[in-house]
Ligand binder design. Structure first.
Ligand SMILES: [Zn+2]
Length: 644
């Protein structure tokens, strides 16, 4: 009897079987993201910290690497400063492509010398020491040369430099990496990009550069990219997420010489929400914490473009402030240097290398617009309140400007961190040759009272009188009327302190010289602060549009002095005439400096519940792995996390 096996499941004649080799090819490749690959594999050689790549030393780059490896992304733009790790970033992306998405690649450098440096010092050692790339090396030594790298999986990488048009225009390219792209002739960029056309549905293009000017390729790329992204760091004190800007860097008042920064204490970063001070370790924590947030800390900038769900081109701005290798002092010193010596090279270094921003085209200070500040006017007290000045305003100074037919005076209240409240300009009409006008001013300064939210009543604590005009004798005479009046004279000499010690004037009245140039720099900076708190300038509804035109009437211009040295001076802008409001602001600031009140004591005296943390207590230092904390790091030296 024949065995009947028909009850057994029979092989399906239509079943399709794969040979092991075919299965190998068809198997879905387990792909890691760019940053995951780099963390486990990449070995860096030219770096302040050579060895295994650690995402923790550049947390801000993680999101960019991962964006590069996203399936829908075709183009990545990175605009940054000089120490942002952009080159390593592009090499990580190249390494990831070699392992997970190989194809013909082209790496373009600005010139032949930097091209061969990159191959010799970075790419060849990287292939040699990175395990997954080492596996891809062929036995033929000719496969790795200065102009071409051929790997076992068929990936060929060509090296070219931006002025070698012949090398830029032939074979089709899938992966294109262009470094320092602002330095290329436009034709070269076009030629290189044209070569990716055959791969337009799978190509990956990375363009990176230190920002140069607002007309540079990398800066303009933000307008063509489908999405622009900014990195949000997280305050280690209050958890507030914020982008890091130059405006957050603060240093002690009165420091104007860059070399004083390290001697007289360091610059710090101020959280835009809780105003606590960060040192550089706090900043590193803030950036690391940012990476833990959604999309590795990178958020879409809302610039009015329609949101694209799966953007194919993404532009990133990487300010050097995010980098562990950049100190606040370095940036503050570069800024102070531009004030002392505003040469093109210094401005370029400060804007491009330190901030990753384009150099202002006319190399002049940023131009403030009256409308923007006018729109910020506010009522200090709510309707029906029995007070005029909010809690945070602690002391009032005033300044009187002498004109041929009138006296103009404004009082300004000050709080902690130079936050200030303009109290409205008062004009006393009449020739200053007549006593009557001065009497009116005297009455105003003596009698005017402001009701403080705490219930206290505040008067002007001190007033400066401008003696520089035609009526200096009358101004001197007036200043003798009260010990709270100070005879002042403006000195528009760059580098002069805000207010000098008194000198004897002809009228035997102590005369104070006001360094207007530095004060205008400060005030100009305060006016661009848009969030209430330290340095913010408040204006009441009484300030009219003309007042704001006067306030923004001047801009900083780079000139040569009599000896041919470059100097930065403040000048009235074209189309503007009067600048009294700005002069008076400068005066009230100088008088505050002269008084130098102890704001904490004042607040205590007035029962003002202000958080007085000039030097916030350091939070307990976070446990750092593998790092013995130095007891007292030498000046300028900072401990860094070590490589694992
Ligand atoms: Zn904070």
């Amino acid at each position: 009897m024949q065995d009947d096996f028909s009850w057994l499941p029979q092989p399906d004649p239509h079943q399709f079987r794969l040979y092991p080799g075919e299965r190998q090819v068809m198997r879905r490749k387990l792909t890691r993201s760019g940053s995951e690959w780099a963390q486990g594999e990449r070995v860096v050689h030219v770096s302040p910290l050579p060895g295994a790549w650690d995402n923790d030393t550049a947390p801000q780059l993680v999101g960019i690497m991962d964006a590069f490896t996203e399936e829908h992304v075709r183009e990545i733009f990175v605009a940054g400063g000089s120490q942002g790790g952009k080159t390593d970033l592009s090499h990580n992306c190249w390494g990831w492509s070699a392992v997970y998405a190989p194809g013909p690649a082209l790496i373009v450098m600005q010139d032949k010398i930097s091209g061969s440096e990159v191959v010799n010092d970075r790419l060849i050692p990287m292939i040699r020491d990175t395990p997954s790339l080492r596996k891809l090396r062929t036995k033929n030594p000719d496969d790795i040369s200065l102009s071409r790298v051929r790997l076992k999986n068929g990936m060929v990488t060509y090296l070219a430099w931006s002025n070698s048009e012949g090398r830029l225009a032939s074979k089709p390219i899938k992966i294109l990496i262009m470094s320092e792209v602002d330095l290329y002739p436009e034709q070269s960029v076009k030629k290189a990009r044209a070569r990716t056309r055959a791969f337009r549905f799978e190509r990956k293009i990375m363009e990176e550069c230190t920002t140069s000017t607002s007309k540079g390729r990398i800066w303009l790329a933000q307008f063509s990219a489908q999405e622009c992204r900014e990195f949000y760091a997280v305050c280690p004190h209050c958890g507030h997420e914020q982008t890091l800007k130059f405006g957050g860097i603060c240093w002690a008042d009165g420091i104007t010489d860059p070399s004083d920064l390290t001697e007289k204490g360091s610059a710090w970063y101020e959280c835009e929400s809780c105003q606590k001070r960060w040192d550089e370790e706090d900043r590193d924590d803030a950036v690391r914490e940012g990476r833990e947030r959604e999309n590795k800390g990178w958020r879409r900038r809302d610039d009015g473009k329609p949101q694209v769900l799966r953007p194919s081109s993404i532009w990133h701005h990487v300010p050097p402030l995010l980098s562990q290798f950049v100190t606040f002092n370095e940036i503050a010193a570069a800024y102070l240097t531009t004030l002392v010596e505003p040469t093109a090279a210094n401005l370029k270094y400060f804007y491009n290398d330190c901030l990753g921003l384009p150099t202002p085209e006319d190399s002049e200070g940023e131009i403030l617009q009256e409308q923007e500040i006018y729109d910020r006017r506010e009522s200090y007290a709510p309707d029906g309140a029995k007070w005029d000045l909010p809690m945070a305003a602690l002391v009032i100074t005033a300044f009187a400007d002498v004109q041929d037919d009138r006296l103009e005076c404004e009082a300004r209240a000050w709080g902690i961190g130079k936050e200030n409240w303009g109290l409205g300009k008062k004009v006393f009409h009449g020739s200053p040759a007549q006593q009557d006008v001065w009497d009116q001013l005297h009455d105003y300064l003596q009698d005017k009272e402001w009701r403080h939210e705490s219930g206290a009543r505040l008067r002007v604590a001190a007033t400066g009188i401008d003696t520089g005009g035609h009526h200096s004798q009358e101004a001197y005479a007036f200043s003798k009327k009260s010990s709270r009046y100070y005879a002042c004279k403006g000195a528009n000499v760059p580098g002069k302190p805000l207010i000098t010690r008194p000198v004897k004037s002809k009228a035997k009245v102590p005369l104070y010289m006001i360094g207007t140039e530095g004060a205008k720099d400060s005030i100009h900076g305060w006016l661009s602060v848009t969030k209430t708190g330290p340095r913010y300038c408040h204006f009441t509804m009484q300030h009219d549009f003309e007042y704001f035109k006067e306030l923004v009437s001047e801009h900083a211009v780079n000139k040569k002095d009599s000896k041919g040295r470059p100097v930065r001076v403040w000048e009235v802008r074209k189309g503007y005439k009067r600048n009294e409001a700005l002069d008076i602001f400068v005066g009230t600031y100088a008088i505050l400096e002269r008084l130098n009140p102890n704001m904490e004591k004042l607040a205590l005296k007035m029962n003002v519940p202000v958080t007085l943390e000039k030097k916030p207590a350091r939070k307990p230092a976070p446990e750092r792995k593998n790092e013995p904390r130095e007891e007292a790091p030498a000046a300028g030296m900072r401990s860094r996390p070590s490589w694992r």
